[in-house]
Design a binder for this molecule. Sequence first.
Ligand code: TMP
Length: 209
Amino acid sequence: MCFITFEGPEGSGKSTQIALLDAYLRKKGHKVVMTREPGGSRVADKIRQILLDRNNKELCPNSELLLYLASRSQHLNDTVEPALEKGYIVLCDRFSDSTMAYQGYARGFDRKTIKMFNEFAASGRKPDLTILLDIDIKKGLKRAHKAKNSKDRLELEPVAFHARVRRGFRAIAAKEPKRVKLVRINSGVEAVFGRVSSLVDRLLKVKDA
Ligand code: TMP
């Protein structure tokens, strides 16, 4: 049982790396669940729709924060905890660090409050490893927009917001270097995956020992 999260600004290539890691670990014989936040279970996916709908312009910062947290609690309850209990490796696209980076560093909520809310929503569950894919903001936003036809509610935020998100993620990595490993996106998908897989191999070795 092992809980690995992927974090990063928009367009950092998390979904590509998670899919590669999923295939890599299955090939090695591991049982793997791939999931994401917000969402990741039936009810949590409904909350995701509210959060990302670009028409929900009146969603206030407090509701936004509480909905991300509600989605997390539901997702842990329905998907993550049952899978960990059955011995799966859970790969999750975004988790509590996104709340700290987006709602804390970028939206401006008090970070101590976010830390407390995060702990409450996750009932103390922490990732064994977090891979932070770090990308230049303008490059990332360009990649994110290329991949989709229209921008979601968060992608519509100005560049300055996303720059604060990136600074937030980097600050989290600096504060928790043991758990959070920063991988710079400055080379091709395969080279980045080489770094990701070696971090995961190292974690699994330690877990097996
Ligand atoms: P994505 O997973 O497709 O990138 O979309 C999720 C969006 O929600 C992304 O812009 C990051 C944002 N987000 C938060 O603002 N707070 C959170 O706690 C989480 C999990 C995501």
